[in-house]
Design a protein. Structure first.
Length: 347
């Protein structure tokens, strides 16, 4: 990447090339910048074979001019980030750094792409007729809210952003940046942003917790226990629980010095293994409507989903429950109630 070798570029000696060793400041990887940033943007248009079928925001009359325009645009935009977030930028990936890491740089690249899309659609910007310098000048006001946001991050928020991993990490930071721009520019919209803002405030966490902890889990718990007691008796039902789960529950009980039954120390995902081990007895009751002809694994995928949502509402500081996930819990509760009513059991 040419900008890594230009001493006037914010990316000078920042990108790991060839046999270079990673350092706190040379911590950017070209593959990540491409995969999480440039390749899923609209900067360079689309090719079909060797033929350009759609131009991008930085496309010019030929390859050399496109390269020149792109370098100019990114140097100016990231120059602003470097200058106004100097301390952050200089830290790279060391403690307290974020914006000059892969996740920060790719989030800025994606943000610039969204800003240009907005300016083209809402402000009639014509990138094909503009130089890299003019394009950078056009996006500058919309970068200000992002700069302010990063500048004012406390240590916990910074740690949260740094802690995102995987291909979806950039998307999460991008949403944070988009929200900040939307606060200052109300007509700045991006697909899914409004819904994300609605969900990110934790609007659905409480409802999900009530559904999960107070309705769904007690329903599953009570039904399984009563069914096993009816089948095996008060004295022996507990020994029909898979041994690994029993021992884990006993260990937790002792660690907590609790007077509660070991059964109370079950994890949500344990129900899946218990149901599988007594499929003939429990399987039909825990098969979602319309899934009767599917494999056992598919029939119980809802329990895996339930457990993943439980982790969210149990630790909302990590990631909020979405509206779709909350609706999923409502559906689970509704069909479970119907299933549990098929064969009433005496306590």
């Amino acid at each position: 990447m040419e900008m890594s070798s230009q001493d006037y570029s914010p990316f000078y000696k920042r990108i790991i090339l060839a046999e270079e060793k990673q350092t706190d400041t040379r911590c950017l990887t070209l593959k990540t910048i491409l995969d999480w940033g440039l390749n899923i943007s609209n900067f360079f248009g689309k090719l079909k074979g060797d033929k350009l079928i759609k131009t991008g925001y930085l496309t010019d009359i030929d390859h050399e001019k496109t390269l020149e325009k792109s370098i100019s645009f990114f140097n100016i935009c990231f120059g602003k980030i470097q200058n106004e977030l100097k301390q952050q930028w200089n830290r790279g990936k060391s403690d307290g750094g974020f914006i000059a890491m892969n996740i920060g740089v790719t989030a800025i690249i994606r943000t610039l792409d969204c800003i240009l899309e907005y300016l083209v659609k809402q402000k009639n910007l014509t990138p094909e007729n503009m130089s890299g310098e003019k394009l950078a000048e056009a996006v500058m006001p919309y970068l200000d809210p992002v700069v302010s946001f990063v500048k004012n991050l406390d240590s916990a928020s910074l740690k949260k952003l740094r802690g995102y991993f995987g291909s979806g990490a950039t998307e999460k930071v991008l949403r944070e940046f988009q929200r900040e721009i939307n606060k200052d520019f109300g007509d700045f919209k991006s697909e899914g942003l409004e819904q994300w803002i609605k969900e990110s405030g934790g609007k659905f966490n409480v409802d999900a917790m009530v559904l999960g902890n107070q309705q769904i889990q007690p329903l599953i718990d009570d039904f399984i226990k009563r069914t096993l007691i009816k089948e095996y008796g008060e004295k022996y039902w507990w020994f029909e629980i898979p041994e690994k789960i029993r021992l884990d529950c006993v260990r937790r009980k002792e660690e907590d010095r609790s007077e509660e039954s070991p059964w109370k120390f079950l994890d949500t995902i344990h129900y899946k293994e218990i149901i599988e081990s007594h499929w003939g007895l429990l399987g039909n009751f825990f098969t979602p409507p319309g899934m009767e002809n599917e494999s056992k694994k598919k029939k119980l995928e809802w329990l895996v989903k339930l457990n993943s949502i439980r982790k969210k509402y149990s630790h909302p500081q990590r990631e909020p429950v979405t509206e779709e996930e909350c609706n999923c819990l409502k559906e689970i509760y509704e069909w479970l109630q119907r299933r549990m009513a098929i064969q009433p059991l005496d306590k």
